[in-house]
Design a protein around this ligand. Structure first.
Ligand code: GDG
Length: 483
């Protein structure tokens, strides 16, 4: 049995150069958070980009970098500034990300960044081929690396390759607008197993394969030359125990051992015991619907003025892709909205929105998850949304209400939460009111079911299911060839 090689754009740690030395900081984001627990569990190697470009790395530090990465079971793909610009900020985040999240008007179709995307995918594929044996299993992650499976398959035809897409796969009508739609599909079809978060994304993908490539598809098997490729849905779970244990530990802390943030939250809760805290945590991304959420909050305060001074919205927006113009514009829009709403509604004793634009340590995430009364997550499109699951996992006494957009992949598994359409302000305002007034017993009943489900289908189970399915598929495909 060979090793597992995980490949993603970002490694589980990001390297930075400070005062002439290397420091490693954990990567934030859904993929990194989820796969970290898989990676630390077994014999695996993680290949990805370190976060530093070739131009950032002084020659004398090159060896230290490899050493720092090796400590985390990782190996780097070297990228220049031009490659990061064209591949990551360009094709991945100005073409694929908006298109796959149905923001067609934000999608740019530029030949130059497509060429760089191809070249960088080839670099990742070469790095795999250099490290892999034919009995290894390759697990390629996400939209930045959709050509890698085919590129590896060409060199190592017998190796087992799985691909998982962490974002939605759009409907055929959206996907067909991509000038390089055939190349992307063929790239993915180098895999033996292709996984999505939901059945809908799987269905959209199969429909594109059928209509664009004209391939034979039977249920969720694609027949390509002498291979069968399986397509399936694997809704990603979280490291449930990590979050629930952290919350339990957090609650046992004496006040003097609590974080500064927690102490301040406690103080505010004490001074306004009947006020409710609403929380949202997202990367600052247009797909997460942060600006709409702020507008909806304003609508709520106007529709139900009795809740002025009785609710507080805490928004944690984590900086993301700040080189891409759409993200800069969005940051400006959110800054202005927060300023305007706070300006309009604040009183001497109450500021309706607390806005943090930064990444927080894990401990502070737990402070926020456990201290708020309502988690309010309203993505316009979201592959899964792990924050919704993490919030529920930290509610040790089973209280708390989750308001979740039905456009998030996680909504499929979280029917006991209050599901909303992020564009329907009327419904959102009424749902916030319902959440504020929900009896404790009802909260506990709903969360009890959710917790049981999330604890059972955790990230480990998700990864095991994927790997088992990949192994079975390889055997099935092999017996098909030898018929
Ligand atoms: C992509 C897809 C899909 C957030 N802020 C901080 C922080 N986080 C952690 C959360 C959570 C993760 O980042 C965010 O995960 P999401 O799933 O909500 O969103 P994306 O980053 O967009 O992830 C998404 C996911 O991939 C997995 O497939 O669900 O749909 O877009 O784990 O806890 N962590 C720390 N500080 C923060 O400030 N430490």
């Amino acid at each position: 049995m060979g090793k597992t090689i995980i490949i993603s754009n970002r490694l589980p740690i990001q390297l930075q150069i400070h005062n002439g030395g290397i420091t490693a900081v954990p990567s934030v984001g859904g993929l990194a958070t989820g796969m970290k627990s898989v990676h630390s569990g077994g014999d695996s190697l993680w290949i990805g980009w370190s976060g530093l470009t070739d131009e950032d790395i002084p020659e004398e530090l090159a060896g230290d970098i490899d050493e720092a990465l090796a400590k985390h079971g990782s190996s780097k793909v070297k990228l220049t500034i031009k490659e990061v610009d064209g591949f990551y900020y360009g094709f991945s985040n100005r073409t694929i990300w908006p298109l796959f999240h149905y923001f067609l008007e934000y999608s740019e179709f530029e030949l130059e960044s497509w060429e760089i995307y191809k070249n960088v995918n080839q670099k990742f594929a070469d790095a795999i081929v250099e490290k892999a044996n034919e009995d290894d299993t390759i697990w390629v992650h996400d939209y930045q690396l959709m050509l890698v499976p085919q590129m590896v398959k060409e060199k190592l035809p017998n190796i087992s390759i799985g691909f998982f897409l962490h974002i939605p796969f759009p409907s055929f009508e959206i996907f067909r607008t991509l000038p390089w739609r055939e190349e992307i599909l063929k790239g993915l079809l180098g895999s033996d197993l292709i996984g999505f978060h939901t059945y809908d994304y799987e269905r959209h993908f199969l429909s594109s394969v059928r209509r664009i490539l004209g391939l034979e598809v039977s249920f969720n098997d694609i027949y390509l030359e002498n291979r069968i490729i399986k397509v399936d849905s694997f809704p990603m779970g979280i490291d449930y125990k990590k979050f629930s244990d952290a919350a339990k530990e957090h609650q046992q802390r004496s006040p003097e051992n609590q974080s500064e943030l927690q102490q301040r939250l406690n103080k505010h809760k004490k001074s306004t015991p009947d006020a409710k805290f609403l929380l949202s945590i997202d990367r600052l991304d247009y797909s997460k619907g942060i600006a709409k959420r702020l507008n909806a909050f304003e609508y709520f305060l106007k529709k139900y003025p009795q809740y002025k001074e009785k609710v507080r919205l805490i928004i944690l927006a984590v900086p993301s892709r700040s080189n891409v113009p759409q993200y800069q514009l969005l940051k400006k829009e959110i800054d202005e909205l927060v300023g305007r709403i706070n300006g309009e509604f604040s009183t001497v004793s109450w500021t309706p929105i607390w806005y943090f634009y930064r990444s927080m340590p894990f401990e502070n995430l737990i402070d926020l998850y456990t201290s708020c009364d309502i988690a309010w997550l309203t993505p316009i499109r979201d592959g899964m949304n792990l924050v919704a699951k993490e919030f529920i996992a930290t509610r040790t006494d089973k209280t708390g209400v989750l308001i979740l957009s039905e456009m998030a992949g996680s909504a499929n598994e979280m029917n006991e939460s209050l599901l909303i359409n992020p564009n329907n302000f009327e419904q959102i305002a009424d749902t916030i009111k319902q959440a504020i007034n929900m009896p404790i017993e009802e909260q506990q009943e709903r969360n009890n079911v959710l917790q049981k489900r999330l604890a059972r289908y955790n990230v480990e189970k998700w990864a095991n299911d994927f790997m088992t399915s990949l192994k079975n598929q390889k055997e099935k495909s092999h017996s098909y060839v030898s018929r």
